[in-house]
Design a protein around this ligand. Sequence first.
Ligand SMILES: Cc1cc2nc3c(=O)[nH]c(=O)nc-3n(C[C@H](O)[C@H](O)[C@H](O)COP(=O)(O)OP(=O)(O)OC[C@H]3O[C@@H](n4cnc5c(N)ncnc54)[C@H](O)[C@@H]3O)c2cc1C
Length: 448
Amino acid sequence: MNQASLPVAIIGAGPVGLAAAAYLLARGETPLVLEAGPAAGHAIRQWHHVRMFTPWRFCVDRAAAALLATRGWSPPPAEDLPTGGELVARYLEPLAAALAPYLHVNARVIAVSRQNTDKLRTAGRERLPFVLRIAAPDGTTRRVMARAVIDASGTWFTPNPAGADGLPALGERQAAERIASGIPDVLGADREIYRGRKTAVVGSGHSALNALIELAALREEAPGTRLHWLIRKDRIETAFGGEAADALPARGALGIAARALVEAGAVEVLAPFRIEAIGRGAGGALRIEGDHAGAPAQLAADRMIVATGFRPDFTMLREVRLALDPWLECAGSIGPLIDPNLHSCGTVRPHGAAALAHPEADFFIAGMKSYGRAPTFLLATGYEQVRSIAAHLVGDEEAAARVELELPETGVCTARPAPRIAVPSAKSCCGAAKPEPAIAAARADCCG
Ligand SMILES: Cc1cc2nc3c(=O)[nH]c(=O)nc-3n(C[C@H](O)[C@H](O)[C@H](O)COP(=O)(O)OP(=O)(O)OC[C@H]3O[C@@H](n4cnc5c(N)ncnc54)[C@H](O)[C@@H]3O)c2cc1C
């Protein structure tokens, strides 16, 4: 088969997958975007009610904007902050329409491999086309061939559990009907679920802060609404983030608002609380059991919101040769750039195809999923990733290596850079391995 005539398959029609398609199209390639959900932006539609902390200018990709401009689209005000729903309606839907000939919805990729071989064989592997197996909602399956694959399938649908061990707490799955993941629509569709009830919010990232702020607003109108905040970390201060020093003011504002709620006593904080089990009490109420500051503890709650982050799902990539960071599960060698053990600030550095490469030639993980379990991904970083990957796939290595992105820095990195244990593809940012340019820059930040 003539590989060159095959499309580049893109898994996921989120903002990064669609941007990848726009870059490939601009370079004369044929993208094939495969989306599991019924429409583009399927994951973001689940958090449509959440206001983003980056303004439009960081949310719109350049190649996508250029494609949209040919259809009379005008960009939203650069400094306004969209909600997830606005991002879909004003940007992703028009972009999906522009890419309609290349976009297949209700097409869940369930496996990726190379034609007529499996993961074991090395000789000539890079010359074999990729085979993607796709499942439709009715369960029927088909396969498509591709000359390269970009996995931009995100992590939204595989949230972390409440259990402190990284495993679901005992009983957590059985209690699922009373547990929400991510950011439920507390002030909208889910209002009656939380109004006048006692909710335990678990987690210390921006999603947890968002949920707390909305629950506190609900408490204003229904004083019976009570909220507890359970975090695994020892000190609540670490959950407030950069606050006023954050270069993204809307992100900093979340920490400022959460601190004010805690200081006003509107939120009862339990830190550290390490959840071990979730049982059911009278009337089906949740009984959250664990260790609170070294002593066994129990907390009763009507509902839980578990906002402990997300993790990537590699099930469909079982036959692909991957380079993954051992603990972040991020792609290629970007671990030292984004490891929260090293960088508490959330500053992210642009990087491209070279740092994202896997042993599998012409295969890339981009977007939210490329960060694995690290919580600091920004759309602008993902757009730079796929710009570089598209350049690499057409052989323009000069453009692939160029960094074309300036990102805001928070300037509040408080983590002491602990040495990373050396792994073959990703050495410590303070280690001795020859670094990629972006990793070298991060090392300079860390190690002076
Ligand atoms: C609540 C929230 C707020 C955020 N706010 C910001 C912000 O303000 N600024 C910012 O820069 N970033 C923000 N982020 C981070 C990040 O930019 C978003 O998560 C963004 O949606 C990531 O884009 P993506 O294209 O990588 O993945 P996603 O948007 O998650 O898209 C992945 C797509 O792949 C599809 N898919 C999944 N599995 C398969 C499969 N097997 N086959 C086919 N399709 C599949 C999904 O249905 C989905 O449509 C936020 C994230 C969250 C959760």
